[in-house]
Design a protein around this ligand. Sequence first.
Ligand code: SAM
Ligand code: SF4
Length: 342
Amino acid sequence: MNTAPRPLLDRFGRVHTDLRVSLTDRCNLRCTYCMPAEGLNWLPKAEVLSDDEVVRLVRIAVERLGIASVRLTGGEPLLRRGLPELVGRIAALGPEVSLTTNGIGLARTAVALREAGLHRVNVSLDTLRADRYAAITRRDRIADVFAGLAAAQAAGLAPVKVNAVPVRGVNDDEIVPLAEFALAHGYRMRFIESMPLDAQGAWDRSTMVTADEILAVLGRRWELVPVDRHHPLDGVRPGAGGTPPAEEWRIAGTHTVIGVIASVTRPFCGGCDRVRLTADGQLRNCLFATEESDLRALLRGGADDGRIEEAWRATIARKGPGHAINSADFVQPDRPMSAIGG
Ligand code: SAM
Ligand code: SF4
């Protein structure tokens, strides 16, 4: 197609440039705030989009809808067979490509992913203590995560970001140690407020550590300066149309930036530029959406690119102004985070 993409606009004027693609709902960990010990009823293979189907949807998103960045996630995206090849095919379409992973297996694949065209990686790590890691994730794999982080950095997947979800009474005493660890290794630390997206429906607001609390703890250790998004050192995402989910602070006198993603207490819906595709080809206009559009049915029913573009635009046109986590009528979506793609 030779024409320029037409922006993917919603009725509030938000331009959508960022696509999150879940490549699998499966995972090799069982983080307590994400899924139960026994795992979930994984999608049958036939329901999961093939590589060709994922690539076709990303191509439509880039060529027709102006998507500029693609984040691959899951479940655990490193479990997807042939991931470097898929990354290569997506990167060849032109968007910035990043990956959110638990880091297990990254030590083996970081170089291949970088060579395939992956730009950046976010690695989830909620604690530095092996015993605690095993309790949170229900797997004794922290050494693999440390190795994955080091390999990602050595491979040039910069900046390597470390994501942690602090939970009261579980790991909230490690906010400063995690940030110090990131600082010492040249990673970027990001803390995420826990959200009501666990498969068990057991989220409890009282165990969520809020952005204010996180910043208070960090502020006692360092002097924090709010980051200016447009400062050359702070790296604005190419094509970024909305508000980045992480509010960022620089440690005074350094180049080190710490981010906090406060979806619950400081919602950033007004600047949202994200759209999500699940592993089984359902398009979601919000992490908290309770309805989806079945792009897989269109793909498999022989729809042409124009028809798929239309369905995509219609989904975004229905996007609401924001999530309702803080309202009494909030309804937790049926799909948990691991099946939507965080
Ligand atoms: N498995 C990969 C990982 O853990 O990075 C990618 C998928 S995971 C669902 C993406 C991110 O969502 C992780 O950083 C994880 O910590 C976060 N997450 C999972 N459940 C969450 C919840 N209930 N609230 C906030 N963040 C959550
Ligand atoms: Fe797996 Fe990521 Fe969920 Fe942990 S947060 S169980 S690593 S999908």
